[in-house]
Design a protein around this ligand. Structure first.
Ligand code: LLP
Length: 462
């Protein structure tokens, strides 16, 4: 074999042992290999096949509790409204509902998922820049805790609708504080050029307008500046300080403010990031908003669900790349796995780095060489990792993509007509399939030929 490629980028990737050390619900059993809590991933692969999402109920609970503890240690009266978009599996939502978390939803589907999971309407916030009339009707019918308005236009629409239904919507005004969250451009939401919220300068007049409109009761202000925020708490602090000044101005104008919604965004370490701990976020909230004497709300998604899940996949084959041009140098080693960008889209969409751990115990002590880990989808973007240090792997060997509990399954598609992967919840030594693998038949459900196009002759696979 040709000389191995240098590990790229050299030396920055955490080792397998470091990845495990930072994720207490994962461990390496000397005989059974990689486990989630007490369940070997190999057993799950045997039961449901691959690819499959595997979530740790224990991790979900301990993260929810850690966040609550950090907020209450800071003396905050805080409600946590989990951002359902991160992971909307009903079993996951149920675990979080049992922990007393509310929900932040952005669609009818998410609102229904939250309600089905037993999250009371009185703990649900509806966010988003474009809520349809149908969604607003449902939110009003359910009498949810709060609808976060993102524009004057939306306020007028909701007012007319609520008034026509004889209802009063509790609304918060989402402001765009124009702060840089220093995260990926595609998930930055608090800059003035972004589509979200209303300009800070225009917020007082609009809030006064909300108070005057029929069918609306303004209850507070909201902000969400972006996601996967890892560069300290200064951006949070700037945004919350702006909210505090706004609340001061609103109060001075005699307008009622009952609470402040701090949004989500707290990042997690995927590779070598050192995001602020929840205690630091709680400290930033206290320092900026604590003096107002108001309850606060948080809308975390990733921080709760991300580290709690893995995407389990099998190696289909290992192929050698073409001889490099100009000649010389090593060929690339491609590990083709049975998961793809249609399952975990984050690497293709945001150049995101996810840890990849072999499941077999021996693979953790084997020599490493660089590999490009790719899926079978017909796009070069269907690449999970380039030049990743991994052992030799055979067809059928299992790998786990780490930190796939948030924005994994919820962003999946059936691209290349690949059925949606099953979801499994581990809880201690037990596990259960909480979503079946989509049958191929479901890929065709609801489709029909127009009457003027002849049906194919029966026979063969369908
Ligand atoms: N609240 C609002 C209004 C949001 O828009 C979001 C996320 C959250 C809360 C939750 O943010 P978190 O705590 O999870 O950062 N697909 C991307 C992330 C998109 C986030 C969209 N909004 C990714 O995979 O990185």
């Amino acid at each position: 074999m040709a000389a191995p490629l240098p590990l790229a980028p050299q030396g920055e990737d955490p080792t397998f042992a470091e990845l495990l050390a930072g994720r207490p619900h994962l461990s390496l059993h000397p005989a059974e290999g990689l486990r989630v809590e007490e369940v070997p991933l190999a057993r799950i692969a045997q039961a449901v096949g691959t690819p499959a999402w595997v979530y740790s109920a224990g991790a979900l609970r301990s993260r929810a509790r850690a966040l609550k503890a950090a907020l209450s240690a800071a003396g905050l009266d805080a409600g946590i409204h989990y951002a359902v978009k991160a992971n909307a599996n009903l079993a996951v939502l149920r675990v979080l509902a049992e922990e007393g978390l509310g929900a932040d939803v952005v669609s009818e589907g998410e609102l229904r998922a939250a309600r089905r999971s037993g999250i009371p309407a009185s703990a649900i916030v509806f966010s988003g820049v474009g809520k349809t009339e149908r969604e607003l009707r449902l939110a009003l019918a359910e009498d949810i805790l709060q609808i976060n308005l993102e524009s004057a236009e939306e306020a007028e629409r909701l007012s007319a609708l609520a008034a026509s239904l004889g209802r009063v919507a509790r609304v918060a005004l989402r402001v765009n504080p124009d702060v840089d969250a220093r995260t990926h451009a595609k998930i930055t939401t608090g800059r003035s050029e972004n589509k979200f919220g209303v300009a800070l300068a225009e917020a007082p007049a609009l809030y006064a307008r909300l108070a005057a409109l029929p069918g609306l009761r303004p209850v507070g202000v909201a902000v969400h500046i972006g996601s996967q925020i890892t560069a300290g708490v200064s951006a949070f602090r700037d945004a919350y300080a702006a909210l505090a000044r706004l609340v001061g101005a609103l109060r001075a104008a005699g307008l009622p403010v009952e609470r402040v919604d701090c949004g989500g965004g707290l990042g997690i370490p995927y590779r070598d990031e050192t995001p602020p701990p929840p205690e630091a976020l709680a400290g930033a909230i206290r320092a900026t908003l604590g003096g107002l004497g108001l309850p606060v709300m948080l809308e975390p998604g990733r921080w709760i669900a991300g580290p709690a899940g893995v995407l389990l996949a099998s190696v289909i084959l290992q192929k050698q790349g073409a001889p490099p041009v100009p000649a010389g140098g090593p060929r690339r080693r491609f590990l083709v796995v049975d998961a793809a960008m249609n399952e975990l889209m984050r690497p293709a969409m945001y150049e995101a780095w996810h840890g990849i751990l072999p499941v077999a115990p021996a693979a953790h002590a084997a020599p490493l060489s660089p590999a490009d880990v790719v899926g079978p989808v017909c796009e070069t973007g269907d690449t999970f990792a380039r030049g990743r240090a991994l052992p030799a792997m055979e067809p059928g060997d299992l790998v786990a993509f780490l930190d796939a509990g948030a924005y994994g399954a919820t962003m999946s598609s059936t691209y290349n007509l690949r059925p949606l992967a099953p979801e499994v919840l581990v809880d201690g030594a037990r596990f259960a399939v909480v979503r079946d693998r989509q049958p191929h038949e479901a890929l065709f459900a609801g489709q029909r030929l127009p009457p003027w196009i002849g049906a194919p002759a029966p026979g063969g696979v369908s």
